[in-house]
Design a protein around this ligand. Structure first.
Ligand SMILES: [Zn+2]
Length: 414
């Protein structure tokens, strides 16, 4: 027995729940949703996303098959020719995945206008083989003897006709699909979140598939279609069209989750008022459609994947001119370097006793002063609040440190 994260009841049977729907190639699975809720989520919530026009366009572009093995045609349905509103046209997808217009047979409405001495029908060249059948049917229906008619054909070319269509774009219900992804990611990764006041409200919305007043119950950041909301993460994440990204972090506004699907949908969701779930932390889930993986990075892993290890610069305090000269002389030595112990730079006190066996252990307690976070590197400064020294090689003498700057160079994005 375990508790289902959607209905919040004790259940025996749990299913493989795709946090990011299968039809958009989600590789993130959890086993915390009961069989019943799992099937309801699929038909009530996931489909608000997978059947969304924008998602259909992306699935079409990336050739992503659905459950039945078909790549959706986002322009399925009947359209009209722009210059001839009476001419209906459909857009087939050809073998190369391109849209190919096909005129629907244009046959006069014989109920409105009876056939006098002639009539014209128009069909697509691709349907020419069906022409005789169509004509026969019309003649039969209207009781006209086939032997008494003369048939002439004319061809006209319009290689790239303008097709006019109306698309209905859902700007509301798809949010429920994204809400589900964000909620499941948070519940899976933050144990205490399940009992959160807002988490209870969200699971109720998902269970009942009740999207009415969704915007009053849940705060969404951004319209869903603008990428502005992801700006703060652009230096870390290469938002690519064929990937999905989930970004979970605590800000002063509370627990937030940003969801980016195919780089088409980008929306933030406030999951809780509480700001303390993953303090000073960040979890990024990357669903890679090429690698077929879902990988979660914490802040350390993210920085390791995107930055070189830290390099240090120390600002010293010198007791006199002589000490400055001595230091500058030493800098010319080919063996000039920081003194390391066990691969770490230690901080000493005045007497040469180790106070911190790794300077990072001190820096982590200090206030970070950002000295620049650019495209290429991130510089942080720490002002020391106690008297600390490092040793320099080759003399192994102690030098007082006033402040430390760390720099990390950007090597890539995830
Ligand atoms: Zn359930």
């Amino acid at each position: 027995m375990a508790i289902c994260i959607i209905c919040r009841k004790e259940k025996h049977d749990f299913n493989d729940e795709h946090v990011i729907p299968d039809s958009i190639q989600g590789y993130y699975h959890i086993y915390k949703v009961c069989v019943n809720c799992n099937s309801k989520l699929g038909s009530n919530i996931d489909n608000t996303l997978t059947n969304h026009k924008f998602i259909e366009f992306q699935r079409h572009l990336l050739n992503i098959k659905g459950k039945k093995g078909n790549v959706p045609n986002p322009l399925a349905g009947t359209h009209i020719l722009k210059d001839e509103p009476d001419q209906k046209v459909i857009l087939d997808v050809d073998a190369e995945g391109k849209f190919a217009p096909r005129l629907l047979p244009n046959i006069p409405d014989f109920k409105k206008e009876a056939i006098t001495d002639s009539f014209t029908i128009r069909i697509d060249k691709k349907d020419e083989k069906n022409l005789d059948k169509i004509v026969d049917k019309i003649l039969e229906r209207n009781g006209i003897d086939k032997s008494k008619i003369v048939q002439t054909k004319t061809y006209s070319e319009a290689e790239h006709p303008w097709v006019q269509t109306t698309l209905q774009i859902d700007t509301h219900n798809f949010k429920a699909g994204i809400l589900k992804i964000a909620y499941e990611f948070a519940v899976d990764k933050i144990q205490e979140y399940f009992e959160d006041e807002q988490a209870i409200i969200i699971s109720e919305i998902l269970e009942k598939a009740d999207f009415e007043n969704l915007d009053t119950k849940v705060t969404f950041l951004g319209s869903g279609f603008d990428k502005e909301v992801l700006k703060p993460f652009e230096h870390l994440i290469e938002f690519e069209n064929n990937n999905h990204y989930l970004i979970l972090f605590c800000s002063k506004f509370g627990l937030l989750c940003f969801v980016n699907l195919f780089n088409t949908f980008s929306i933030g969701i406030k999951l809780s008022e509480k700001t303390s779930y993953i303090q000073d932390n960040l979890l990024v889930g990357k669903n890679d459609l090429t690698e077929k993986t879902f990988i979660v990075y914490n802040i350390t892993e993210l920085l390791q994947s995107t930055y070189t290890p830290l390099t240090y610069r120390f600002k010293h305090w010198f007791p006199n001119e002589e000490s400055v000269k001595e230091f500058m002389e030493m800098q010319k030595d080919k063996d000039f370097a920081f003194y390391y112990e066990n691969d770490q730079i230690p901080f000493f006190d005045k007497s040469g006793k180790v106070v911190y066996d790794n300077i990072d252990n001190k820096l982590i307690l200090m206030e970070k002063i950002s000295k620049g976070d650019t495209k290429n590197s991130m510089i942080t400064e720490y002002l020391l609040d106690e008297e600390l020294y490092i040793k320099m090689l080759p003399s192994k003498k102690l030098y007082a440190v006033v402040s430390v700057q760390t720099e990390q160079f950007r090597v890539g994005k995830i």
